[in-house]
Design a protein around this ligand. Structure first.
Ligand code: M6R
Length: 606
C-alpha cells in the first residue's frame, strides 16, 4: 500500500522525492521519510509520523544534500504510527524502504538474533537487518540470499553506504516501475508519479534485481545474468495528474467522466458496434464460455454487480460476482468454460490478483479490466481491456468505476451479438445509447450545485439508508460506499423490498433515506417502498428519472430529476449524482476528501 520513490541523477534528490511523495501520498499517509546519499558517501535520513507536508517542514529546517535518494510514504501494517516506524530503515550499511508485508519477520528475528538490535516494530527493519547480515561488499549476493529467506510480499528500494549513487530494487508481488529520465534514473511504486519526468519506463519483473545509476539502469535475474528490460510508454497526459484548479482530485475526477468515458468507448466502436479486436479479444472468448465470474474489491466489485445485472438480462448468461478476498475460500466453481473477469483500477490489488491466479489454476480463461497499463493483474491475465480513465488520485474511486462500467457495456453488447441474442440492428441501437451517456452525464455534472444544496441536509446525519431495486440497488451499493468512505457517515444500501424484513426498525426521523428510481419495471413498487419509510418519519432524498410523476399527496424533501436514458444505462447519470452527493457532504464537513482516514488508494496487503 505504501508509496515508494527512488532517484539518482544530477539534481538534488530531496526536492524531487518530496514532490514525488506528495503525488504518491494516496498510497498511504500516516508517515513519510527520505534517505539521501550525500556527496561524502554518508546516508542521511529524515522521517516523521504525519503527512508529506510535515516531512517537507522537517527538511526545510534540516535538509539533506545529495543526488541519490529513496523515499517512502507509509500505510502502517506492522508497528504503529510513529517517527521510529516510519521508513527508511537503516541497519549497518544498508538503508531500505519497503512496500508489502514480510510474514516471517518474527522467525527471522529469532534466527539472526536481531531482538536487541532493532529500533522499530516493523517487519521492514527486519528485512534491512537480514540484508545487512548477508552484506559483505557484494550487493547482488546479499539481495539474492535475503529474498530467499523472506516469506510475503515486498518491493524494496535499497542503498548501501559504500556504493554511493546507486539504488537497488527487488520485488515480489508489490509493484515497482523504473524510468530513465534526461539526467538520471527513477523508481516508484507506480507510474503516476514518473509521468512528469519521463515517458519511458519498465515494470521490474518479480525476483529480478535492478540497479539504478545516474547514467542508466541494469537488470539482472536471480542467477546474476543480465536481462533486457521491456520498455513501455506512459500513455496518459501528465496534466491529468494535477488538480487542474479544483480543490480536490475527487471533484476533478468526477468532472472528467464524460471525457474519459468517451475515450474508453470510442476507440472500441467500429461500424457503430463494439469491436474488441484492437484489444486482442477474440469473439470466441465471449461466445464459448458457459458462465462468467467477476473477481474484484470495493468499487470495482460494485461495477461487477452492474455488469452481472446487464449480462444476465441482455446475454442470458449466468454470472457471479465474488469478493476477491473471499473467492479462494468459498470453493468457487470455476472451470475451463468459465470466463473470469478481474476488475481493478490499480491493477495491483492483491486480493484480486490472488483470486485471478486461483482462477487460472482452476483452468478458467481470464480477462482483466484495468486502468493502469502494465499492472500486475493485467500481466497475469490472458486478456486485458484498459479503461482509459487516466490517473485516478483521489482514494475514492469515481471515473475508474464509470469507465469500468463503460467496458462492461461494450462487453455485454458484443457478447449478446456474438451469441446471436442481438442482431446488428439491436447492437447498433444499444451502442448508440451508450454513446449518448457522456453527454447525459454532463448535464448532471452541470447541475452539481443542486446536489450540493441537497447534500447540506445530510451533514448532521449519523446513519443514512439508500434504497432502490434492480440496477438502482446495484448503483446504490456504490453510492453508499462513497458516502461512508469520505464523509464517515454510516450508510447502508438496501434493496427496497428487503427493508421491511427487519431493517425498517432502524428508520426514524433522524435517518435520511436516499432513494433512486430509474427502472420502469419496478417504478410503482419503489414508490410504495418510499411511502413506507416516509410514514416512519424519514426524510427522503429522491433521485428519479425525469419522466416519472411524483405522488402529489406525499411531502418531498429533496428531489433531483435525472435526464432519461434507456433503463440499462441510467446507472451512469445516477453514478455521477451519487458521487457528487458524497463529495459535497465530505467537503462541507471540512474533511480531507482525497485522503480519508485509515484508507490507501492501492491495497497490496491481504
Ligand atoms: O484498484 P482497485 O480497483 O482494485 O481497488 C479496489 C478497491 O480497493 C477500491 O475500489 C476501493 O474500494 C475504493 N477506495 C473505493 O472508492
Amino acid at each position: 500500500m505504501c508509496g515508494i520513490i527512488g532517484y539518482t541523477g544530477k539534481k538534488e534528490a530531496e526536492e524531487i522525492m518530496l514532490d514525488a511523495l506528495e503525488v504518491l501520498e494516496y498510497r498511504g499517509y500516516d508517515s513519510a521519510g527520505i534517505a539521501v546519499c550525500g556527496p561524502d558517501g554518508g546516508v542521511r535520513i529524515r522521517k516523521c509520523a504525519g503527512r508529506v507536508k510535515d516531512l517537507r517542514s522537517l527538511c526545510e529546517r534540516d535538509g539533506v544534500e545529495g543526488a541519490c535518494g529513496i523515499g517512502h510514504t507509509r500505510w502502517a501494517t506492522h508497528g504503529g504510527v510513529s517517527d521510529g516506524n516510519a521508513h527508511p530503515h537503516k541497519f549497518g550499511k544498508v538503508t531500505v524502504i519497503h512496500n508489502g508485508i514480510i510474514e516471517n519477520y518474527k522467525s527471522l528475528i529469532g534466527k539472526y538474533g536481531l531482538e536487541a538490535e532493532l529500533r522499530s516494530q516493523t517487519d521492514s527493519e527486519v528485512a534491512a537487518a537480514v540484508l545487512s547480515h548477508f552484506y559483505s561488499g557484494d550487493p547482488y549476493a546479499a539481495i539474492r540470499k535475503t529474498v530467499l529467506k523472506l516469506k510475503g510480499t515486498f518491493a524494496f528500494g535499497i542503498m548501501f553506504d559504500d556504493i554511493p549513487g546507486a539504488i537497488f530494487a527487488v520485488r515480489n508481488v508489490s509493484p515497482i516501475v523504473i524510468a530513465k529520465t534526461e539526467e538520471g534514473s527513477m523508481m516508484a511504486s507506480d507510474v503516476t508519479v514518473l509521468g512528469q519526468y519521463s515517458k519511458d519506463y519498465f515494470v521490474l519483473p518479480e525476483f529480478h534485481v535492478a540497479v539504478l545509476r545516474a547514467d542508466g539502469t541494469e537488470l539482472y535475474d536471480m542467477s546474476g545474468d543480465a536481462v533486457e528490460p521491456e520498455w513501455l510508454t506512459v500513455s496518459w497526459d501528465v496534466n491529468r495528474s494535477s488538480k487542474g484548479g479544483y480543490p480536490f482530485y475527487m471533484e476533478k475526477e468526477i468532472m472528467e467522466q464524460p471525457e474519459v468515458i468517451r475515450e474508453t468507448i470510442e476507440p472500441r466502436i467500429r461500424d457503430d458496434m463494439p469491436d474488441l479486436e484492437g484489444d486482442g479479444i477474440p469473439d470466441s472468448l465471449l461466445s464459448d464460455c458457459s458462465q462468467i465470474c467477476v473477481v474484484a474489491c470495493g468499487t470495482a466489485m460494485h461495477a461487477g454487480l452492474v455488469g452481472k445485472a446487464l449480462m444476465q438480462s441482455l446475454v442470458k448468461i449466468h454470472m457471479d460476482v465474488e469478493l476477491a478476498s473471499e473467492f479462494m475460500y468459498t470453493d468457487s466453481l470455476v472451470d475451463g468454460k468459465t470466463l473470469v473477469i478481474a476488475i481493478s483500477q490499480s491493477g495491483e490489488t492483491i486480493d484480486t490478483l490472488e483470486a485471478l491466479k486461483y482462477a487460472k489454476r482452476n483452468g478458467a480463461k481470464t480477462l482483466a479490466v484495468v486502468n493502469v497499463k502494465g499492472a500486475s493483474i493485467a500481466r497475469e491475465s490472458d486478456y486485458v481491456i484498459y479503461t482509459n480513465a487516466g490517473p485516478e488520485i483521489a482514494v475514492a474511486s469515481t471515473k475508474a468505476y464509470t469507465t469500468q462500467l463503460a467496458v462492461l457495456y461494450l462487453l455485454a453488447g458484443r457478447m449478446a451479438y456474438v451469441r446471436g441474442i442481438f442482431g446488428e440492428k439491436e447492437l447498433k441501437e444499444f451502442t448508440s445509447e451508450l454513446r449518448k451517456a457522456p453527454a447525459v452525464m454532463q448535464t448532471v455534472l452541470d447541475r452539481r450545485e443542486e446536489i450540493h444544496y441537497i447534500a447540506r441536509g445530510m451533514l448532521n446525519a449519523k446513519d443514512v439508508f439508500m434504497i432502490g431495486r434492480g440496477l438502482d440497488y446495484s448503483i446504490l451499493l456504490e453510492g453508499s460506499l462513497k458516502l461512508k468512505e469520505i464523509s464517515y457517515i454510516h450508510s447502508e444500501a438496501y434493496a427496497s423490498g428487503e427493508l421491511k424484513h427487519g431493517t425498517i426498525a432502524l428508520i426514524t426521523e433522524d435517518t435520511p433515506v436516499v432513494a433512486v428510481i430509474t427502472q420502469d419495471k419496478v417504478q410503482s413498487k419503489e414508490f410504495s417502498n418510499i411511502k413506507e419509510v416516509q410514514s416512519r418519519g424519514a426524510e427522503v432524498i429522491l433521485f428519479m428519472k425525469e419522466s416519472y410523476r411524483l405522488d402529489q399527496d406525499a411531502v418531498w424533501d429533496s428531489v433531483f430529476k435525472l435526464p432519461a436514458m434507456r433503463d440499462e444505462f441510467m446507472v451512469l447519470p445516477v453514478s455521477a449524482a451519487l458521487q457528487l452527493l458524497a463529495y459535497y457532504v465530505s467537503l462541507d464537513k471540512g474533511l480531507d476528501v482525497d485522503k480519508p482516514r485509515n484508507l490507501a488508494k492501492v491495497v497490496t496487503v491481504e
